[in-house]
Design a protein around this ligand. Structure first.
Ligand SMILES: [Zn+2]
Length: 359
């Protein structure tokens, strides 16, 4: 099956009212865990690679692993997405490497840590969108900086995230500015800031509306009902995974993630892509710890990796069911990049933005 674009997949998700988890990949075991979960649940897949993943595995390895997944799981549509592109070069080289979607994160400058101006963000995102759409590739933009509403701080993921503290207005995406941004840049999906942050330490307590601003998601969706929204940092950090990690010698302080029921609520408010990395990492390394502690003489890496893959596969399958992604794969007929390019050129995929009452 041809590789699907993010735009086509999220259009389908919007039409049928579901969300798609985007899982990060760095190695073969993560790819197999995700693909086995997708086969089991008949879910379409978003595999995403960060800049860190690309430098860890290399572009050729990432591209060939995904090619292998296409051959091994021909019934599953796969979108390969660049997570947090920091500039044009990162996005364009991803497209060269076979990615069908890129995130141009202009909420931060190219150093991936300095909060950028609205003008900078709009300019660079519009430029990348112009190039990407010419070849049929999708673009996700970001408006607002991801960070904790409890502390005002961001958490770096693979070296990406602001330093210091930001005020609440920078940590929450403004609906009217979001409408202007989407109109100016023509992004296919918009990542919003609403209190989620990267890494394992998202909240110091089970989040309520003060620290996880679902009302902002709702307000943006009311203003931009046709825009696909993206929730970053949306691992749930399940207690049972924390317990396994700590039972076998781990020292992870108690933490709280984004509850699945809040994500499901988000999907009702137009969230179509849900980024999950921490949960997968935790599922894997919890099993590393278990094997290492229970079997002190074990030195075959496969004996560590197999239970790790099984734990990650179970987690991914659960999310496909919870987000409504399950059973959607057979309903999708992939539109090739060249045809997507023609659709962009004709203007049929231009953003549809309603008039605001205040305007
Ligand atoms: Zn992110």
């Amino acid at each position: 099956m041809a590789r699907i674009t993010l735009r086509q997949l999220l259009d389908h998700a919007a039409e049928h009212g579901y969300g798609v988890p985007a899982f990060n990949i760095n190695n073969m075991e993560q790819v197999l865990a995700i693909m086995n979960a997708a086969r089991k649940t008949q879910a379409p897949v978003i595999l995403q690679a960060s800049r860190g993943a690309r430098s860890y595995a290399g572009d050729i390895m990432i591209a060939k692993m995904v090619e292998a997944a296409e051959l091994m799981y021909p019934e599953i549509p796969i979108c390969l997405h660049q997570d947090h592109g920091n500039n044009g070069a990162t996005c364009y080289s991803a497209i060269q490497a076979g990615f069908t979607s890129v995130m141009m994160d202009g909420s931060l400058e190219a150093d991936a840590k300095t909060p950028a101006s609205y003008e900078y963000n709009t300019d660079i995102t519009r430029t990348v969108t112009g190039v990407a759409h010419d070849v049929g590739c999708s673009v996700e933009g970001e408006l607002g900086c991801l960070g904790s509403l409890e502390t005002g701080e961001g958490d770096k993921e693979d070296g990406h995230g602001f330093e210091g503290k930001l005020s609440k207005d920078m940590l929450l995406t403004d609906p009217d500015q979001a409408a202007a941004f989407v109109a100016a840049t023509k992004v296919d999906a918009l990542a919003i800031a609403m209190g989620t942050s990267h890494g394992a330490y998202k909240f110091s307590r089970k989040p309520d509306g003060d620290i996880l601003a679902m009302n902002v998601v709702k307000a943006i969706n009311e203003r931009l009902p046709n825009t696909h929204l993206v929730m970053h940092g949306s691992s749930s950090v399940p207690q049972e995974l924390q317990d396994i990690f700590n039972k076998y010698g781990g020292a992870m302080p108690q933490t709280y993630g984004v509850p699945v029921e809040e994500i499901v609520k988000g999907i009702k408010y137009g969230v179509r892509k849900v980024n999950i990395d921490t949960d997968c990492r935790l599922a894997i390394t919890g099993q590393f710890r278990k094997v290492a502690q229970e079997k002190g003489d074990e030195f075959d890496p496969r004996k560590f990796l197999k239970p790790s893959m099984d734990a990650m596969e179970a987690l991914c399958a659960e999310r496909y069911e919870q987000f409504g992604t399950a059973n959607q794969a057979p309903k999708i007929k992939v539109i090739p990049l060249a045809q997507m390019a023609k659709r962009y050129a004709s203007g049929e995929l231009d953003p549809k933005i309603g008039m605001t009452k205040a305007a």
